[in-house]
Design a protein around this ligand. Structure first.
Ligand code: FAD
Length: 474
């Protein structure tokens, strides 16, 4: 394309990279990606571990039908599977050292699935997803069918789901997640726990670049260590300044900065300030934090629990929960359990949401490791030798993210704000699209997911392509 307009994309995560690939493959030669970190990927952050890669950020490709990551990659990559739903590989452990009765747990899990499927009722419900679950759970358990599940068991299982939902939504409490909005996030049909085995989620970028045939071109368009600290969009040309005092001019800008960082900086970042509706969306969509810990052991002692071990869940008795509350080990109650990491026979991983993420991020590696061993020994009733390696995340305090991903809270719903408001393009008075927004937080259907980021990045590029096609026709 001759006299190609200069399009700048802020952020080399999934949405920024796919937007660039779409534009370049349509002949837009003058594309620049400015990335604050010293690597591409953003919240896809695969780290070398032994002979493979573990994922600090996105890890699973959830679903197949309508999932753009799956659609882009399944012909080129054979996904693995964690086995979350494999009942043979599941062990439920209680804090007093006993095991969960599988039959009772299975029955209660069926109740949970039934509640998860009450999408129409969820949509009408005015409260939180926690309130919705509690209400339906209590109603369902009135049936004599569940007489063998005593009060303590019912409560332990309820608490376990709360922990799981908090980790899935990166929320501090499931009483803060809007049930109505929860029901609007689309679950793609097909396996929910597809893994990248030992290759890491970063494989997505290799596949995308090959698909778009941009391997040679793209790397020259990406500038790393370029943190944008000011955007002036007052005139026809957008002037973008980076922290190292470089100044760029663009005709159009695609912003993919994570919502956490946008919330912290938008007021000083944009001149003039963004439109009111956009600011309301930035300030009222929730950005949460998910944490991860990976532990590598000399031998897989957990096989003693179950030879097919995939996942173990931790259920706290009310007494043990009371004892640990208020101590510096309380963060451990935010864990669903541990899972076996696909392709790493000696590694266990845990995921954490809930109200102790701030504390978690301040704790030393040594404390995290010690507490995890204490927990495993308490629940598994075995003596465990120290791990030979440990890795942990700190998304809340990483300055270019300030959290992990977004969701719609009760506050979001009360303020009547939607991810679409965040995505809305900002035009100048001549109808020229100046600022386009993409990224997971702008996707109503797939908020929080990589496929949400991919879809919105693609959409931003398509909007610009359509705009130029429109100009040509005039
Ligand atoms: C712990 C964790 C687990 C997850 N698990 C899954 C999962 O299993 N499956 C799934 O589908 N999704 C998962 N996600 C979500 C998924 O990672 C994100 O939805 C997706 O990667 C977001 O892509 P994005 O392009 O919107 O943003 P990002 O990937 O965050 O890209 C934005 C980029 O902007 C850069 N940036 C920020 N500020 C500036 C600035 N001022 N100037 C220049 N650059 C800037 C950032 O460094 C970043 O690289 C997980 C995320 C986390 C953190």
């Amino acid at each position: 394309m001759s006299n190609s307009p200069h399009i700048i994309i802020i952020g080399a995560g999934a949405s920024g990279i796919i937007a660039a690939c779409n534009l370049i493959s349509k002949g837009f030669t003058n594309v620049t990606i400015l990335e604050a970190e010293d690597r591409i990927g953003g919240r896809i952050d695969s780290r070398r571990f032994n002979d493979g890669f573990i994922d600090f950020g996105a890890q699973w490709c959830s679903g197949q039908e309508g999932n753009s990551v799956y659609e882009l990659c399944h012909n080129d990559f054979e996904f693995g599977c964690t086995g979350f739903y494999d009942t043979n590989g599941f062990v439920g452990l209680i804090s007093n050292g006993s095991r969960v009765d599988k039959q009772i747990f299975g029955k209660l899990s069926a109740v949970r699935s039934k509640i998860e499927d009450m999408i129409d009722e969820m949509r009408e419900f005015k409260g939180s997803i926690g309130e919705f679950f509690d209400q339906k759970y209590n109603q369902e358990l009135e049936s004599s069918e569940y007489d063998d599940a005593d009060e303590e068991m019912r409560e332990m299982v309820r608490k376990l789901w709360e922990t799981e939902v908090n980790a899935n939504y990166a929320s501090t409490s499931w009483y803060k997640i809007s049930a109505n909005r929860y029901s609007q996030v689309v679950v793609c049909e097909g396996s929910q726990d597809q893994t990248w085995r030992t290759s890491g989620y970063k494989t997505l970028f290799d596949i995308i670049q090959k698909k778009f045939k941009v391997e040679e071109v793209l790397k020259d368009k990406i500038q790393l260590n370029k943190k944008v600290d000011h955007i002036n969009w007052d005139t026809d040309k957008i002037v973008i300044r980076t922290l190292d005092r470089h100044v760029y001019q663009a005709d159009h800008l695609i912003v993919t900065i994570p919502l956490g960082a946008l919330q912290a900086h938008h007021k000083l970042l944009f001149t003039p300030m963004l439109p009111e509706k956009k600011i309301k969306a930035i300030e009222n969509i929730q950005f949460g934090t998910l944490g991860k810990v990976f532990l590598e052991f000399e031998e897989p002692f957990w096989k003693k629990l179950n030879n097919n071990f995939k996942v173990c869940a931790f259920l706290w008795t009310p007494e043990d929960l009371d004892d640990i509350r208020g101590t510096d080990k309380e963060w451990l109650t935010n864990m669903y359990g541990f899972l076996h990491l696909d392709g790493f026979p000696y590694v266990l991983e845990t995921l954490l949401g809930g109200n102790k993420m701030k504390e978690f991020e301040t704790y030393s590696d040594e404390k995290i490791e010690n507490d995890c061993i204490w927990l495993l020994e308490k629940f598994m009733k075995v003596k465990i030798s120290r791990p030979i390696a440990m890795r942990r995340t700190r998304w809340l305090t990483r300055e270019n993210f300030l959290g992990s991903y977004s969701y719609c809270s009760m506050n979001t719903a009360e303020k009547d704000v939607y991810p679409e408001d965040l995505k809305e393009t900002v035009f100048n008075d001549n109808g020229k699209p100046m600022l386009l927004f993409a990224g997971e937080a702008t996707s109503s259907k797939f908020q929080g997911y990589v496929h949400g980021a991919i879809d919105t990045g693609r959409e931003a590029a398509e909007k610009l392509i359509a705009y130029f096609e429109g100009l040509k026709e005039q």
